[in-house]
Design a protein around this ligand. Sequence first.
Ligand code: ADP
Length: 477
Amino acid sequence: MKKILFVTSEVYPLIKTGGLADVSNGLPKALASLGQEVRLVLPNYHGLKLANRPELVSLLRVDGHTVQLLETMLPGSNVVIWLVDCPKFFDVEGNPYVDVFGNSYKDNAERFALFCRVAIEIAMNRAQLDWKADIVHCNDWQTGLIPALLSLEYQCPATVFTVHNMAYQGIFSGLTAAMLHLPGQLLSVHGLEFHGMISFLKGGIAYADKITTVSPTYAQDIQTPALGYGLEGLLVYRSDDLMGIINGIDGEWNPETDPLIAQNYTANSLQTKSVNKTALQTRLNLPVDGSVLLLSLISRLVEQKGIDMLLDCLPELLLLPVQIVILGSGDKIFEQRLFELAAAYPHKMALTLGYNETLAHQIEAGADVFLMPSRFEPCGLNQMYSQRYGTLPIVRHTGGLADTVVDTLPETMANHTATGFVFNDAHAGTLLEAVKRATLLHSFPEVWQQLQTNAMSRDFSWQNSAEQYLALYESIE
Ligand code: ADP
């Protein structure tokens, strides 16, 4: 049995801005059910969704700050969460990284440096919790200083650093670095230094015993200049310690039991999925039509997700016998262009701006096709949810999308492995081409149903991923 300290800046259902929150819920739970002792560390943000008042378990002085450690449980599990309570840094309005106006907090470096230092006190059993970690599993730049600082400790636990998205690096000026009181030996070009600045992400990659990313293809992608963000050389250098493990998906994304959808269904009762299509069309004021191909997209509306590609082909796409539902929020320019198109095509397009977990479930259940034209995608969750809901994904061949969706080709149809539609080039034209392929196949109900059955039989369980992480932990001690 391993004692694993899982350090994360967000965890569902307490707080979520993206896929990291889902991983931070699913992986610790799955590791616990494999018999491991997992504890989470999370900042005590303003507005955490907590069922009960957390219990005060420790009081620390760290780097000149007074910090309380509060204890709560990850809902539906026996996983303990330690909340790092430092109101000056975390009891502020806004999400974990940006203020209510969408600007990064000015003190992000100090906020997450303190978070890292507290996690180290816990890991090293210096937080009066009578618990020492065997493994510290760090996630994304917010935790990048942990492997770096731990490397200076005597008898430190082993470290795993998972990159969920290379696009977010935690780069700060040299001046900020000085404010963080980091030991000089960490600041060299082999350490945190990055073009005269410091990079938290680089700290994780340079110093962790093992580095993982969230899909095997993304582990390759980030070793190239296109997706390595200047760290590709270091990643190639560390490639023997770098691997990709696909995320699992949470049990609550299951059409058989999902309480948020109009009609539960399985691969054996696929015809009843249409009840969800009708409910979705009704809810979103689209004409109720069972035969039209209902396309969907749930996403942060940012360039990474290929929203510009979709916008470029939408006017032509809407000439096809399709409807499209979009749920998302993000860049104002994308929101505005989508809004204008939705207003121009009210019978074909329904746009919901904002974040809505319930509607996300209803879209997965009600749509025929899910679009994910990402320029890059470390793992991606929605293409896996979609397959479990028999909603065929159309994805670009990149990162985790390439690893989890099998394109519909004569041979993959024949051997029943096809689960969606994959296109290569990041162009509106190739995306449109893939939509046309889907539209054509949708007119053959038996073929479509076979594809749905193939998709729904895929195993995207957390157990599968957790076993791979456990094997990795065992390889480093
Ligand atoms: P990323 O972490 O890059 O945003 P992922 O596909 O890995 O992308 O995870 C996104 C998660 O956030 C999924 O669970 C997705 O359903 C959810 N999501 C994104 N935007 C919205 C939204 N507007 N409303 C509800 N859920 C959303």
